[in-house]
Design a protein around this ligand. Structure first.
Ligand code: ATP
Ligand code: MG
Length: 263
């Protein structure tokens, strides 16, 4: 039975990216081999300049590697034409950025319907989908606000709604909580955990912050363009199972006490 076996959704083999700036060659990625599974929340963690965004740009098909390959299913995406890649991206991928990247002149609702407009979804259907998505993110009363009329956390939730409304298989988030306070950060990260469970999609998040990365199932640690180690995340999940373990211990404690009293 293969049903419970995690499926590889994305794989990189020997990924190298070099940039030429003047006479200097900068090696941003220096041989990255990775497997990412369907339905997992993965964090890519490392200090500034280690190559996190470069890696994200490669695996989402925004940029091409200097060497190596990226497979999504059976598709070698670094060989797909730019035009087909753009189509593939809008159908299968969602993007969330540190600076939200909302269109200032459009309302929350219009920002969220935009990817559906580009996909040619009819007006009625796209408004319903966008409204449902905004409601799911707790923005049912903010449809007509422009980005400037929303808080930072609300703007990021609009951006998340926009990235999810097309039901992508993979969501890429580059420092999505970089501009948010700690309370809003936790809310967004818990929401990420929830949508990955609920929709069984894959979420790949870049961060330089270990505390943020801990919300992911797995943490890919990077340094100088290479993966140095992969560890388990799941901070909130672990805390929960700790609690469960304690609750499970309770009946024993009680029955021991009962036994003592009876003696
Ligand atoms: N378009 C580019 N041209 C030249 N060099 C680049 C380019 N993009 C990135 N680099 C260089 O590649 C290296 C990796 O950059 P990258 O943006 O991937 O880092 P990062 O880990 O995302 O950092 P940060 O946490 O600051 O966002 C850096 O040394 C950077 O200067
Ligand atoms: Mg970056």
């Amino acid at each position: 039975m293969t049903e419970n076996k995690p499926q590889v959704i994305l794989e990189t083999r020997g990924l190298v990216k070099k940039y030429k700036v003047g006479d200097e060659i900068i090696t941003a990625l220096n041989g990255v081999d990775l497997k990412i599974y369907q339905g997992e929340f993965v964090a890519i963690l490392g200090t500034s300049g280690c190559g996190k965004s470069t890696l994200l740009n490669m695996i989402s098909g925004l940029e091409r590697p200097t060497k190596g390959d990226i497979y999504m299913g059976n598709t070698r995406i670094n060989k797909v034409s730019e035009r087909n890649m753009a189509k593939f991206r809008s159908k299968e991928m969602g993007f969330i950025f540190q600076s939200f990247n909302l269109i200032p002149a459009l309302s929350a609702l219009e920002n969220v319907t935009l990817p559906l407009v580009l996909q040619g979804v009819g007006k009625k259907k796209r408004e319903k989908l966008a409204k449902d998505m905004l409601k799911e993110l707790g923005l049912g009363k903010r449809f007509h606000n422009k980005p400037s009329q929303l808080s930072g956390g609300q703007q990021q939730r609009v951006a998340i709604a926009r990235s999810l409304v097309t039901k992508p298989k993979i969501i890429f988030a580059d420092e999505p909580t970089g501009n948010l306070d700690s309370k809003t950060t936790v809310e967004i990260l818990e929401f990420f955990q929830e949508i990955v469970r609920k929709r069984k999609c894959t979420l790949i998040m870049v961060s330089h912050d270990l505390e943020v990365a801990q919300y992911a199932d797995r943490i890919i640690h990077m340094r100088d363009g290479q993966v140095t180690k992969i560890t388990k995340g799941g901070l909130a999940m672990e805390a929960m199972s700790d609690m469960e373990a304690k609750v499970e211990e309770l009946p024993n404690i009680l029955s021991d006490k009962d036994a003592e009293e009876k003696r």
